[in-house]
Design a protein around this ligand. Structure first.
Ligand code: HEC
Ligand code: HEC
Length: 176
């Protein structure tokens, strides 16, 4: 890789701007590439770290949102079915802990426009802990919009996934 003429201006200050182009096929995740920059003075190996966030879940219209809330009111497990699943439980296979939280819980609990009936999990006033998280995740609460995630309750998560979520949350959100 070489520098162009414009670098002669910046060279005096000790900086060299090197434009790089990387072709990426992944849609999310992290990767690093090493490049070697040769100049007439020296040669240097640089590491470029690229982090691609998963695409944000698209926002919804208020009408859609109200419709969805009504569907959940009559069946809180609806989020795991049909079209709803495409946003609420997309690609959860092989996901654990924080990653899993971000995709299946974050969609409701960390939403920028979090609905009034969805509690902020970071400011709970009740004592929490691994068992607290495990119970809520597995069974949710009947008569509310909080679904049950355990397979035994017709939810999408394996025991192992629920365990890693409960472990992650009990450290990430310490009990008061
Ligand atoms: C296009 C993606 C998408 C689809 C499809 C989708 N949701 Fe959601 N859902 C979201 C997002 C994002 C939020 C967080 C609130 C927000 O940003 O509007 C959310 C929040 C919710 C909530 C929490 C209450 C609220 O309004 O915030 C419920 C309940 C819900 N969705 C149920 C459903 C049901 C039932 C379906 C299928 C009929 C569904 N959703 C389909 C993206 C989606
Ligand atoms: C469809 C939206 C939705 C999703 C997805 C969701 N929740 Fe909830 N959650 C709610 C709502 C609504 C409540 C309030 C229930 C009630 O009225 O008691 C709630 C309540 C809770 C509570 C009880 C908080 C308290 O006030 O004591 C916990 C804990 C919780 N959720 C954790 C999670 C975790 C962990 C996940 C992911 C595995 C998750 N939730 C996914 C909507 C959601």
């Amino acid at each position: 890789m070489t520098s162009d003429d414009s670098s002669s201006k910046t060279r005096k200050t000790g900086f060299l701007e090197v434009p790089i182009k990387v072709s990426v096929v992944a849609t999310s995740g992290a990767l690093s590439k090493t490049i070697t920059v040769d100049t007439d003075k020296d040669s240097e190996r640089l590491t470029v770290k690229i982090v691609i966030d998963p695409p944000p879940v698209p926002a919804m219209s208020d009408t859609n949102r109200l419709q969805n809330q009504m569907i959940s009111q009559s069946d809180r497990q609806a989020v795991f079915k049909a079209d709803c699943a495409s946003c609420h439980v997309s690609s959860i296979e092989g996901k654990y802990g924080k990653q899993l939280y971000d995709s299946v819980c974050g969609v409701c609990h960390e939403a920028e426009h979090r609905a009034a009936m969805v509690p902020d999990l970071h400011s709970l006033t009740v004592p929490t802990g691994e068992q607290f998280w495990r119970t809520w995740i597995s069974y949710g609460r009947q008569g509310s919009l909080m679904p049950a995630f355990a397979k035994t309750e017709n939810g999408p998560l394996t025991d192992m996934q629920i365990t890693t979520l409960a472990t992650y949350l009990s450290t990430a959100i310490p009990s008061r």
